[in-house]
Design a protein around this ligand. Structure first.
Ligand code: 5GP
Length: 175
């Protein structure tokens, strides 16, 4: 059990289970993109740890780009429309793989997808460490999912609670 600010969290997924699952996803991506040069688009801040563990297990020639796009303040979604910040690679005609920490309602991802599709990539796939199927409000094809989890707030492995907890090497859920 850990305390972050005013909340208590309990262990959800261990570091070992996360890393094993990431290895499996990396192998799938490596097989699916043989002979291609994908561009990974990492959604900061939450996906930084997942992205680094994932891409170092993928021995393909590839590019990695980092963007920002956030919709959460504390534990509630604000539902705001946010623009992509920092997309300086030209993705026209490229195979894009978005790396995200978590798809909750899916609204952030739908906005991101429609903005990226406007830049005429050859394909776009999504790799997300976590997904909350019960919270999903829109239909999205999530090709690579680390773990499906319940509809509860989680921290660790890149995800924060009010700025804290990103450095935890395993995942915790609100008690
Ligand atoms: P969505 O638009 O899918 O509802 O929200 C996506 C974003 O909300 C994620 O990229 C993440 O930043 C944040 N988010 C959603 N659920 C959680 C959660 O359980 N914990 C944390 N720390 N962030 C979350």
């Amino acid at each position: 059990m850990i305390n972050i600010l005013d909340k208590t969290f309990v262990p959800l997924i261990s570091r070992e289970d996360i890393e094993n699952r990431i290895t499996t996803l990396a192998n799938e991506i490596t097989n699916d993109y043989q002979g291609r040069c994908p561009i990974f688009v990492v959604v900061l801040n939450g996906a930084f740890l997942f992205a680094s563990e994932l891409v170092k297990r993928i021995p393909l020639t590839c590019e990695i780009s980092f963007i920002r796009l956030s919709s959460y303040a504390k534990t509630e979604s604000t539902g705001e429309v946010r623009e992509i910040i920092g997309m300086d690679n030209n993705i026209e005609g490229r195979d894009v793989i978005i790396i995200e920490d978590i798809v909750d309602t899916g609204l952030t991802m739908s906005q991101l997808l429609s903005q990226l599709n406007g830049l005429a990539p050859a394909s776009v796939a999504i790799a997300t460490l976590l997904h909350k199927p019960e919270a999903l409000q829109t239909s999205i094809d999530l090709k690579y999912i680390g773990f499906n989890i319940g509809n509860k707030f989680v921290v660790g492995y890149g995800l924060d609670y009010d700025g804290i907890g990103r450095n935890l090497d395993s995942l915790y859920v609100l008690a």
